[in-house]
Design a protein around this ligand. Sequence first.
Ligand SMILES: Cc1ncc(COP(=O)(O)O)c(C=O)c1O
Length: 444
Amino acid sequence: MDKLLEEIYSMDKTAMEEASRRVMLGGGTRGMPTIVRGKGVRVFDVDDKSYIDCTSQSWALYLGFANSELNSTVCDHISNMSHVHQGFDTPMRYYLAKLLTDIAPGDLNRVSFTVGGGPAIEGAMKVCIKNTQLSREFLCLYDSYHGTTLGIMGASWVSTRSSGKLAGGSRFLPLTRPFIRVPNAYCYRCPLGLERKNCDLACAKMLEITLNKGVAGNAAGLIVEPIQASAGQIILPKEYLAEVRRICTKYGVPLVFDEIQTYCRIGEFFAAQYFDVTPDIIAMGKGLGAGLPIAAVIISDKLEGFEANGEELHTFANNSLAQVSAIKQIKMMQEWVLDNCRKQGAYLRQGLEKLQLDFPEIGDIRQAGLHIGVEMVKDPVSKAPAPEETAAIRKTAMKNGVIFGKSGPVNHIIKIKPPLIVSREECDEILDVFGKALKTVLRD
Ligand SMILES: Cc1ncc(COP(=O)(O)O)c(C=O)c1O
């Protein structure tokens, strides 16, 4: 092994963890293992304890850790080049742009690359503004999460009282945009207190009412996660998204799908295809680069895009290494990974439904591919959220070798989002550890 790597890998664990706490500003969640390596869906901590990682590291490692097929292509390429200024054309950038427009829905045929999810949403907002001159208001949904850069933090639930108290994002309000929020179609816990069977999509009606009465001028755009991830893995109903599409078209409001968490993870390339609803703009990030940072905005032919006049310029927006990684991953998705994602997702769902028979505290299971949320409640009648039990289940599972995610403004949703290469045997292990954690926390 390279001498420098040897030195880094062999740092003293306790000293490093302590020093890290002093040196690092925020960013981490205390109580998570210190990771030194990974292989496939597993990570290994400093004591060589192995965990199946159902967080895919910010839900971004679709091919898991150290994928040899991916690495072979990426390592070959890095011996050639990596970073390229945005002003230079390269075959890598064109190849990826072409591939993305081939797999994107409808007339979404033009791409702009950027450096992360937040900047991708902001890029989408710039396109919206260019195409709706004089409009300035953006809309988003209750409990949405679109990032924490200053331009978008105001659209993320962390700027609201969603969790019962104002969260971190609210500190930056003097500089963040005020977004207008409309109700989300969270049918298990409808914010309007209605039932899906006879609600007549009142939440979509609220969007239309807001566009008429709650916005000064025309709105510049509506930003929607088709599956609201951080909000609690909320799968917006297809008919709701279709109605949102109809309303946006009627009022000339560009519809932006934030597909930063849905890309590939739902067993299709885009949620737009999964729900058969085509937005005007798709923003992507996270898993796009198979672990290397890259994000993108894909826009409709109907929209005016960016010009090369500095209106959208980022030093690392043309990283050829991340582009090659993204291309290779798309090929692997087409060969087998999307199919595996659908199969293992359905298998996990079956297993969770079985567990729900014994543990009615599993209030709701929301699954699309390997985008899975399990909403934990005190009991299925009151549906009172169970954040303490959720934290304990997660902790117990971690002790037994599976890292689950947690989400929802009050942290009572277990997220099961392993890399998309997870095998059936690994799904069995995930279900087994989850079942045992439920028993330990809720019954013993
Ligand atoms: C749906 C969604 N949009 C946007 C973002 C922001 O992406 P990034 O953290 O890369 O800025 C995230 C990140 O978690 C996300 O989940």
